[in-house]
Design a binder for this molecule. Sequence first.
Ligand code: SF4
Ligand code: SF4
Length: 78
Amino acid sequence: MAVKGEITLNESRCLGCGYCAIFCKRGCITWPSDKYTPQGHMLPVISDPSRCTACGNCGCMCPHSAIEVYQILEQSPS
Ligand code: SF4
Ligand code: SF4
């Protein structure tokens, strides 16, 4: 059984600090970016989701609970 990760970003909660990108050691998240919230906060971009291992760093480091992390269990073909 292989484990992969998937994250979601609640853009309305993001205040653009960039911690999620800084603390993702797999390079899944890009910040700075050219995307902004309506309030002018610079959004991160989930730029390489296929590398996510569901380690949870991004969700833990986000001070505004804008990121949720999911583990995806993939059944190996038998
Ligand atoms: S869960 Fe871990 S690997 Fe996946 S995006 Fe967040 S910090 Fe990166
Ligand atoms: S850590 Fe949270 S608030 Fe900061 S840029 Fe990432 S999603 Fe936005």
